[in-house]
Ligand binder design. Structure first.
Ligand code: R5P
Length: 287
C-alpha cells in the first residue's frame, strides 16, 4: 500500500504514512500557463492500494483530486482510498431554495467515480456520507481537540448553536467540565444573530467549539457575549479553519484569547492533528 499527498493537507499524508508504515509516493504537480492542472504519478503503483489525501477546498482542489484519481486509475492502482480531511461544499447539503443544486452531492458523486472508499473528518452533517456512491466513513477530531483544550485548562465548553451541542457535550466529557449552547439564527451567508442567555461563564476559561470557522462571524458574536457575561478567557476551536474575510482580525477584536483548529486546512492555527482519527478509520476498513 502507498500513500499519496495531494497539494493540500500534506502533513496529514506524511502522518498517515508514518503511522501505517506505508511509503509516501511522489508525484509531479504543476500548472500549465493557462492555469490548468497537471499531475504525473512518478512511481510504479500497478496492482497496489493507494491512499490519496486531498482537502476539497477551495474549488481548484476538487479538479486536482479528480485528476489525481484518474492518474491513479491509469497507473493501475488496485484500490483507491480517498481521504478528504475537509469536504468543501458540505454546507450546501440540501436545496434551501428552489432552483439550487445539492452541491455536496454533486461533488461526492464525481469523487465516487474513481474511488473505492472515502474518509472525511467531522463532516458538517453525517448524512453527507450517503451522497458518495462508494463506502464512505467519517471520523472525528473532537477528542483530539478536547485533549488540547484540557491542556490549556479550559473549564467550560460552549456550542455556538444547538446543532453543535453534541460536539460540545462530547468535548466537555473528555475535559471533565460543564457545557452549554447558544441560540443562533442565521440571517444569510454572512449575518447571524445570537440570542443572549445566561451561560454560567463568569470567571471561567471558556472554549467555544464548532465544526467550521469561516468568516468568524459566529464565533465573534459568541465571544462578545461571553466577555459581557464575565468570562475570564475565551478560546475558539474548530475542526476546519477556513478563516476567510478577515476572520482572524474579527476574532481578536472581539476579545478572543486563543484560536485553535486542526490540520484539515493548514494554517497558523493548525494545532491539532487529524491523522490519529483518519488512520484508525483506515485500519478498520482494511481489517
Ligand atoms: C454552520 O452551520 C457551521 O457549523 C459554522 O457555524 C459556520 O460555518 C461558521 O461560519 P462563520 O465563521 O462564517 O460564522
Amino acid at each position: 500500500m502507498f500513500v499519496l499527498g495531494g497539494t493540500t493537507a500534506r502533513t496529514i499524508a506524511e502522518d498517515i504514512s508514518k503511522t501505517l508504515h506505508q511509503p509516501l509516493i511522489e508525484a509531479t504537480y504543476k500548472r500549465f500557463p493557462d492555469d490548468e492542472f497537471y499531475v504525473r504519478i512518478l512511481e510504479d503503483i500497478k496492482d497496489e492500494d493507494v491512499i490519496v489525501v486531498q482537502t476539497t477546498y477551495p474549488d481548484t482542489k476538487i479538479i486536482e483530486l479528480l485528476l489525481i484519481q484518474d492518474a491513479l486509475v491509469e497507473s493501475g492502482a488496485k484500490k483507491i482510498i480517498v481521504v478528504i480531511p475537509y469536504f468543501g461544499y458540505s454546507r450546501q447539503d440540501k436545496k434551501f431554495e428552489n432552483g439550487e443544486p445539492i452541491s455536496a452531492r454533486a461533488i461526492a458523486q464525481h469523487i465516487s467515480l474513481k474511488s473505492d472508499y472515502v474518509i472525511t473528518v467531522d463532516p458538517h452533517k453525517e448524512h453527507l456520507l450517503d451522497f458518495f456512491e462508494v463506502r464512505a466513513y467519517s471520523c472525528s477530531a473532537v477528542d483530539e481537540i478536547a485533549k488540547y483544550l484540557k491542556e490549556i485548562d479550559i473549564d467550560f465548553v460552549l456550542a455556538p448553536d444547538k446543532g453543535a451541542k453534541k460536539r460540545a457535550e462530547f468535548a466537555a466529557n473528555i475535559i471533565g467540565c460543564e457545557y452549554d449552547y447558544m441560540e443562533k439564527t442565521r440571517i444569510n451567508g454572512t449575518t447571524i444573530k445570537i440570542k443572549p442567555k445566561n451561560l454560567e461563564a463568569k470567571n471561567r476559561n471558556v472554549a467555544i467549539i464548532d465544526d467550521i470557522i469561516s468568516t468568524g462571524g459566529t464565533m465573534a458574536k459568541s465571544i462578545k457575549e461571553l466577555k459581557k457575561q464575565g468570562a475570564k478567557q475565551v478560546s475558539v476551536a474548530c475542526t476546519h479553519g477556513l478563516f476567510i474575510s478577515g476572520a482572524k482580525e474579527k476574532l481578536l477584536t472581539a476579545g478572543c484569547d486563543n484560536i485553535i483548529s486542526t490540520d484539515t486546512i493548514d494554517d497558523e492555527f493548525s494545532k491539532v492533528k487529524t491523522a490519529p482519527c483518519i488512520t484508525n478509520t483506515i485500519k478498520k476498513i482494511l481489517k
